[in-house]
Write a protein that binds this ligand. Structure first.
Ligand code: PLP
Length: 619
């Protein structure tokens, strides 16, 4: 069992001096506690009893920590200004006499990082991760047996790039001794040598294993950009992950939202009771509104207005609040387009339904003719981005261009595309966008929101209200004035949404869409192998949800199939087209292509069951 750790903390952190207030980087604070202190506490909790800190710049601040943690011993590198991290480590050679963990001082990491190394069967192990893209990565090249070949910030020097160095390493005493002998001569010439370069040297003669961890939340803080990432995303992510008391049994939702959520999103709801009229809660709402806007527009000009309610609430709020006596075209190529027509009908709006076949691309020439031949000016046009009925992705950019040409305000129901398929409201000329908390955002159901330009929202004031609860202008104006929703918000759903947004930022929208796309491709290839077909051509497909034509067997029954999958932990969804028999599979939420592979295997068994042997169902 390893009892010793070394933290390399001599550096001057020049690139972040103005943010750190001239303190060493380890003293950047999170929730008012220095970063290095989180590291120290994690080490002590993991069973480490002795921590050496290699100090240099402002060493007295580290000395001060000894009062609180008697396990600390500082070793001072007086040449810290002219030497690199290897020299600091070298100075520890007279202090260390056993295996140890080696850490950099400017890391935020979750405790599992330490456990991985401490329980690792290999002796000398470097911890690596998938790429953070932080712009200052040390890339790692490995052999076919996962041992270290090279690592450097310069990609060109590497034959292959397998992973990124985290900055936490387990070293045996003997490797450390060899390292010191090896670099002794080198250090005289290359005083700025960093410990990474020295490890590469020693890896030539001794195997150093590289453990690549794909699900580790961590970051390094070298500059302002890293610090912002650490404050906004990494620190809250680590806090949330370490607060999950136990894993919740996982079900795989293949219905189009609410989607499978992470345990961290689920547990984010478990908070002290709070009156949502408190300022603290208002700040959370303000943060959420701003972050949602940032996903699709510039928050300087655009804002998000939140409502308690499912996604339809946001769509209804737009359609009922922003259309006066003018004409609106509603494109209907599925159940969600039709729903917008129903809303327009209820509010007795002057709307034109533009019906388009469910599985073909919207004919933009016909649409343009409708607009240009209309006696009355068309003021608004509403369209669904991803038509969740079929999975069809409607061409909103092209429709946006058309709307620009005829000065039409474009309303987009982006419920099942938002936070997965990239959207830029300005570039796509979208006037109003509606989405909700429980689809690609991977939050809980209960919040829907509208994103629009401030200017447009202000202009809605002149339209006579048709309803109270869903009145967009009033909700907007009240929120601007008070940072509150007019009526009781779904408090716990809001906390979950905050965590879901942090997780969306952590993954990034394009990576999320890549993950979804990979699941979708697994699904499509899988069903094709089983002889099934899907409705919408790949070229117009959203890769979010797929309408699959039902297997053609006399004994097929959707509900029986549903129950079969339910017993295996998968939820599937019925179709929504009148004529054709379909069922739907969504690939959103906290799932991966591996789950989809499992789904395909089960579907294979199910179909074999339909073909004959009942025994396939029993397993
Ligand atoms: C999910 C969804 C909605 C909203 O449905 P709710 O049941 O109200 O959440 C609206 N439009 C589309 C395209 C959707 O996918």
């Amino acid at each position: 069992m390893i009892k010793t750790a070394v933290i390399l903390a001599a550096g001057m952190g020049k690139r972040i001096r103005d943010k750190s207030g001239d303190r060493p980087k380890g003293f950047l604070t999170f929730d008012e506690k220095p970063m290095v202190q989180y590291s120290i506490e994690k080490l002590l909790n993991a069973g480490v009893t002795k921590i050496f800190i290699g100090t240099g710049y402002k060493s007295e601040m580290y000395e001060e920590l000894k009062k609180q943690y008697p396990q600390i011993e500082c070793v001072y590198n007086e040449k810290y200004e002219t030497t690199g991290s290897m020299y600091t480590l070298y100075l520890l050679k007279n202090y260390i006499h056993e295996d140890f963990l080696l850490l950099e001082s400017d890391l935020l990491y979750e405790k599992s990082a330490l456990n991985i190394l401490l329980t690792h069967k290999m002796q000398d192990v470097i911890l690596a991760s998938k790429f953070t893209n932080n712009g200052d990565e040390v890339f790692v090249e490995i052999s076919s047996t996962n041992s270290l070949v090279n690592m450097t910030k310069n990609k060109e020097e590497l034959e292959n790039i397998a992973a990124e160095l985290v900055g936490i390493t387990k070293l045996t005493y003997s490797t450390f001794q060899q390292l010191c002998i090896k670099v002794k001569g080198m250090l005289q010439k290359q005083q700025l040598m960093d410990y990474e370069a020295a490890l590469v040297e020693i890896a030539r003669q001794k195997e150093i294993y590289v453990e690549i961890c794909h699900d580790l939340v961590w970051c390094e803080v070298d500059d302002e950009h890293h610090l912002k990432w650490a404050v906004d995303v990494i620190y809250p992510m680590i806090k949330a992950r370490e607060h999950v008391p136990r894993m919740i049994e996982r079900t795989i939702l293949l219905n189009p939202g609410p989607a499978t959520t992470t345990d961290t999103v689920k547990y984010a709801q478990v908070v002290s009771d709070i009156c949502p009229r408190e300022e603290e809660f208002g700040q959370i709402l303000e943060w959420i509104s701003n972050e949602l806007t940032k996903l699709v527009a510039d928050p300087k000009y655009y804002t998000s207005v939140l409502f308690g309610g499912s996604g339809t609430a946001a769509v209804e709020a737009i359609i009922s609040s922003i259309v006066g006596n003018e004409k609106i075209i509603i494109i209907n190529n599925g159940a969600y387009g039709e729903r917008m027509c129903k809303i327009a009908n209820v509010y007795e709006l002057d709307y034109i339904e533009y019906k388009s076949p469910a599985t073909d691309k919207i004919n933009l020439i016909n649409l343009e003719q409708l607009i240009s031949h209309s006696d009355e000016k068309i003021a608004h046009l509403a369209v669904v981005h991803c038509e969740t009925t079929t999975g069809m992705l409607n061409p909103i950019k092209e429709i946006g261009d058309l709307c620009k040409k005829y000065e039409i305000n474009l309303i987009v129901d982006a419920m099942s595309s938002f936070a997965a398929i990239p959207i830029d409201m300005k570039e796509m000329n979208i006037g109003y966008l509606a989405a909700s908390s429980n689809k690609n955002l991977q939050g809980m159901a209960g919040v829907s929101f509208i994103i629009a330009e401030y200017q447009r929202l202000h202009n809605c004031k002149k339209i006579k209200p048709r309803n109270l609860y869903l009145h967009l202008y009033d909700q907007f104006e009240y929120f601007q004035r008070t940072q509150q929703m007019r009526f009781t918000p779904p408090v716990q759903t809001i906390y979950a949404l905050k965590q879901a947004i942090i997780e969306t930022k952590y993954e990034g929208i394009s990576r999320r869409y890549d993950r979804y796309s990979k699941s979708w491709e697994t699904l499509i290839n899988g069903i094709e192998k089983l002889g099934l077909t899907h409705l919408v051509h790949k070229n117009h497909h959203s890769k979010i949800i797929t309408s699959i034509i039902e297997p053609n067997y006399p004994n097929y029954d959707f509900y029986q199939m549903h129950d079969y999958f339910a017993s295996k932990g998968f939820t599937i969804y019925p179709g929504k087209l009148d004529k054709l028999g379909t069922f739907r599979i969504a690939n959103i939420g906290n799932i991966t292509y591996k789950d989809m592979e499992q789904f395909i295997d089960l579907l294979d068994l199910y179909i074999k069951g339909l073909q004959g042997g009942e025994e396939y169902f029993i397993s």
